[in-house]
Design a protein around this ligand. Structure first.
Ligand SMILES: [Zn+2]
Length: 218
């Protein structure tokens, strides 16, 4: 144990460890840093579970990890699904359209495909939902964003990700409702979510589904 502790304390490269939780074997990379105040757990889609701990005693670390195990598993699951969808795009010339994998014709690129599909679809939804919600954006534009599905400026200009057409239709509608709700509420506080829920009571389900998709094309 003494040697293990010594090597843990010095290690710059994480030590790979495993714990068991309800029949799942969870492996994680452990970094010990005595200057930390708490134990930090991050889920990296490529590196997996990373644990940064001020303690070097494995028993203490594992007790804390077990308390968070179901959260870790759900995060890992979401990360794996994201990777899976990304892989699907790369292989066999397939592309996501309205949440389904479809075969892309050989003369089309994903960029061109989404550029053609997304704007008319989103414009129609903006028209429908802005009427229902009684708000009006000053402008609607589209761009290839890596991290965002949509945004609303302080001048009420809405911008949407060009690859939105990859998502299931109800998720695209949710993003439209979300950005339109920002015309009235320029924040993510209670009043904002109440506004979203009043028009789309099931919006939380769409947020969960959205986690499986990436706003970036690649
Ligand atoms: Zn928002």
């Amino acid at each position: 144990m003494k040697n293990l502790r010594a090597s843990l304390t010095k290690s710059k490269v994480g030590l790979t460890k495993t714990i068991e939780y309800e029949g799942h074997v969870l492996s994680y990379s452990l970094f010990v840093n005595r200057r930390l105040k708490h134990l930090y757990i991050t889920i990296d889609p490529i590196k997996g579970v990373i644990v940064k701990s001020p303690f070097s005693a494995i028993e203490t670390i594992e007790t804390l990890l077990l308390q968070k195990a179901s959260w870790i598993l759900s995060k890992l699951h979401a990360a794996q699904e994201r990777t899976h969808i990304g892989r699907l795009l790369e292989t066999e010339g397939k592309i996501l359209y309205l949440g389904e994998a479809i075969l892309l014709s050989s003369f089309q690129t994903p960029e061109l495909f989404y550029k053609e599909k997304t704007p008319p679809l989103v414009n129609r939804l903006v028209e429908e939902w802005s009427f229902l919600m009684g708000v009006k954006p000053t402008k609607v534009s589209f761009r290839q964003a890596k991290k965002r599905w949509g945004s609303c400026s302080y001048r009420n200009e809405l911008s949407f990700n060009l690859s939105l057409a990859q998502l299931p239709l109800e998720c695209i509608a949710y993003i439209v409702v979300h950005e339109l709700a920002h015309i009235t509420h320029k924040h993510h506080q209670k009043a904002f979510w109440e506004c979203v829920a009043s028009f789309m009571p099931e919006y939380k389900n769409h947020e969960i589904t959205l986690k499986k998709f990436s706003p970036s094309l690649i």
